[in-house]
Structure formats: structure tokens, C-alpha cells
Design a protein around this ligand. Structure first.
Ligand code: NDP
Ligand code: PHD
Length: 358
């Protein structure tokens, strides 16, 4: 039985913030205690501040909570602070919270490349929590620490790549092409006249993030748990596009393994099916029973049909086939605002609780 933890949400009114509200409203041991957003929202009841766009209503006990500005003084009683802040402001605000010795789980890109901050996908690299004691020393903290989650497209990619790396050793080349949902751009996001009846073949900064982040996530930690070892032997090439889908990023992936011969299609399916995560072994309440849902149907995965499997915390993988250029290719689907954003933070925090870090 885990003792109740008070949690705060920064950026609570945004697309990711709204997902946090839904994921945390009935959580078995996290209780929403404080909500933060910009000065446009501070002082208002949540239901008046948020442009609520979820298919479920605002949970009753949250609707009347007053939104605060994002200053650590209003969050000092929180055991955990989840951040869905706009990246333009996340850097300064999250650092102020960390220096106030608070525990911060961030969705923003600002600290993903920090040498002592884990970049964590909860069904992939929760072993990276081992750097927390070193991070605390660096920042002179007693109980606080910061963990970031990855870019939403990188998150979907990292899960099957980890299963393949565990089963068949390192990959030398990964080529990925994404078809990303419009909710990835926040609210109001991409203008309807740009996206309806159209595909936009560019998402600023996204390809560089995927090419870097996958290698930090799939790398290890040094023996003294004071630095990350990037997965240097793998080159990742990404092409990112925006398509008129509301939620769910679809990705076409081709990989070449460093070792030969390459595994068969059947061996790849089996490795994906067998893959398990530490989050599930630790019996975290939001852990998917299967981090990877394998489909052998020829026309799946599809965003509308597969994004909510395992409450949006699993990655669906299908269409595994030989690649005439690299070794094998497949298609994956990730729910970009659940496992790709708020869901990752919540599950990362559950793992931190299970590991006794807070
Ligand atoms: N959408 C997605 O799929 C994913 C998003 N992310 C990342 O998560 C973060 C949030 O994204 P998203 O929810 O889409 O963005 P939104 O634009 O929908 O929401 C941004 C939030 O930040 C708040 N905010 C803006 N300016 C300030 C400020 N000056 N001070 C305090 N709060 C402020 C807004 O408050 P207010 O309402 O008051 O303006 C709002 O709550 C971003 O860093 C994004 O890159 C990561 C992975 C996936
Ligand atoms: N850029 C992503 C969402 C996002 O905000 O990513 P990041 O957290 O890496 O900035 C998308 O548009 O789908």
C-alpha cells in the first residue's frame, strides 16, 4: 500500500496538462493538489481557465480548483510536480522548482540533453533513475530531482527498438518516417486551412530531436552512475510530417543490425511479443500489461483503432517485413499525448515511488 502523494501540474490548462488531469483524477495514490499555468489563467477556476478539449468532462473535484502562477511557493507541499509547460517558459520555471528541492517530471524539451537528467521512456529505460543520487549532489538537493520524458515520436520509436536491441544486439542504422497527429502541436496548434486535405512535410526541430533522443534513451549509464553512455554505434535518420489525425503518431521504421545474419521476420515478431518492462515487474498501476501490442493484420496499426490500447500506454507494432535496403521494416503507433507525453510522466513517477526515490 503506497502512501498518498500530493501532486502539482504546471501547464495544467494545455493539451498535455489536460491529459495529466484525466490520468491523475482517479489515481490510486497521486492526489492533485495544485495547478499552475500562465498569468492569463492564474486566479481563475480551472473550468474557466482551460479550453477543455477532452472527450471526458473535467473531473468534478478539479473544475473549481483555482489555477496558480508557476512559482514554487504555491507548490511547496507537493511531493511531485508534473510539467506540461510550453518549452519557451519551461527552462526557467522548472529550474526554479528543482532548486526549491522539488521533484519535477517534465514533458518539455529543455533539459532532455542535460548530462545528469534522465530522458526516460517508462517502458524502456527506468534503470536511468540510478543517476538521481549524482544529480542531487550536483544540484545540492536533498529530496528533489528532475526527470524528463522524450519527444512523443521518439517515445514510440524507442519501445520496439529496445526490444530488438535486447534480443539481437545493437542496430547500426535506423530510418524512421513519422505521420504525426495535430494534437502534438498543442492548442490551437496547426491552422485548419494548413492541415485539412493536406500533409505538412516539416515539423520544426522534430527530426533533430528524434535523431539525438533515441540514442540517449537506448544508451546505458557509466559504472559510477554519474553519466549517460550514448548509443554511439547507431545512426538514426528521421523524416517527420504532420497529418490530419487528432491523436496518435504513426511511424514507418527500417533498421539494420550491427550483427549478421539479420533475424527473421518471425524472430522479430517473437522478440516484440515477449518484451517486458521494469514498470510492469514493479506492478506500477499505469504500466501496460504489454508494452508492445503486436498486430499481424495487414492494415494495422491505425491511429483511430489502436491508439487507446492499454489506455494509451502501449505501442502497437505491425507490418514486420524484410527490408530490401536495411534488414527489417515495420510500422508502429504511439498515443502522442498519453505514452508520448503525460502518460510517460505519470508512469515514470510511479516507478520512482516503487524504487523508493520519493
Ligand atoms: N502535445 C504533445 O503531444 C506533446 C507535447 N510535449 C511538450 O509538452 C509541453 C506542453 O505541450 P502542449 O500541452 O501541447 O502545449 P499547450 O500550448 O497546449 O499548453 C501550454 C501550457 O503552458 C502554459 N504556459 C504558457 N506560457 C506560460 C507562462 N509564461 N507561464 C506559465 N505557464 C505558461 C499554458 O498556460 P495558459 O493556458 O495559461 O496559456 C498551458 O497550460 C511542451 O513543452 C511540448 O513541447 C511533449 C510531448 C508531446
Ligand atoms: N513536436 C511534437 C510534440 C512536442 O511538443 O514535442 P517536444 O516535446 O519534443 O517539443 C509534435 O508536434 O507532435
Amino acid at each position: 500500500m503506497v502512501a498518498t502523494k500530493k501532486v502539482g501540474i504546471l501547464g495544467a490548462t494545455g493539451t498535455v496538462g489536460q491529459r495529466f488531469i484525466l490520468l491523475l483524477a482517479d489515481h490510486p495514490y497521486f492526489r492533485i493538489h495544485a495547478l499552475g499555468a500562465s498569468s492569463r489563467s492564474a486566479g481563475k477556476a480551472y473550468q474557466d481557465a482551460a479550453k477543455w478539449k477532452q472527450s471526458q468532462p473535467i473531473p468534478e473535484h478539479i473544475a473549481s480548483l483555482v489555477v496558480q502562477s508557476c512559482s514554487s511557493e504555491y507548490f511547496k507541499d507537493c511531493d511531485i510536480v508534473f510539467s506540461g509547460l510550453d518549452a519557451d517558459v519551461a527552462g526557467d520555471i522548472e529550474m526554479e522548482f528543482l532548486k526549491a528541492d522539488l521533484v519535477v517530471f517534465s514533458n518539455a524539451k529543455n533539459y532532455r540533453r542535460d548530462p545528469v537528467v534522465p530522458l526516460m521512456v517508462p517502458t524502456v529505460n527506468t534503470q536511468h533513475f540510478d543517476i538521481v543520487p549524482h544529480q542531487r549532489k550536483q544540484y545540492n538537493l536533498t529530496k528533489g530531482f528532475m526527470v524528463t520524458n522524450a519527444n512523443c515520436s521518439t517515445t514510440g520509436l524507442a519501445v520496439p527498438l529496445k526490444a530488438l536491441q535486447d534480443a539481437f544486439g545493437p542496430m547500426s542504422h535506423v530510418i524512421v518516417h513519422t505521420q504525426q497527429a495535430i494534437s502534438g502541436a498543442g492548442y490551437p496548434g496547426v491552422p485548419s486551412l494548413d492541415i485539412l486535405d493536406n500533409v505538412v512535410p516539416h515539423i520544426g526541430g522534430e527530426e533533430e530531436k528524434m535523431e539525438y533522443e533515441a540514442r540517449k534513451i537506448l544508451g546505458g549509464l557509466t559504472n559510477d552512475a554519474a553519466a549517460f553512455d550514448m548509443m554511439e554505434q547507431t545512426v538514426v535518420s528521421a523524416t517527420c510530417t504532420r497529418v490530419p489525425v487528432i491523436d496518435g503518431h504513426l511511424e514507418s521504421v527500417a533498421v539494420k543490425f550491427a550483427n549478421s545474419p539479420a533475424p527473421s521476420v518471425e524472430a522479430v515478431y517473437e522478440a516484440l511479443e515477449k518484451y517486458q518492462s521494469e514498470a510492469e515487474q514493479l506492478q506500477c498501476p499505469s504500466a501496460p500489461h504489454k508494452p508492445i501490442v503486436v498486430t499481424r493484420l495487414p492494415d494495422r496499426p491505425q491511429p483511430r483503432l489502436d491508439r487507446d490500447l492499454h489506455r494509451g500506454q502501449a505501442v502497437t507494432v505491425g507490418r514486420v517485413r524484410p527490408c530490401p535496403v536495411l534488414d527489417i521494416k515495420f510500422t508502429l503507433l504511439v498515443h502522442n499525448t498519453v505514452l508520448g507525453a503525460a502518460g510517460s510522466s505519470v508512469l515514470n513517477a510511479e516507478v520512482a515511488v516503487a524504487k523508493g526515490l520519493l
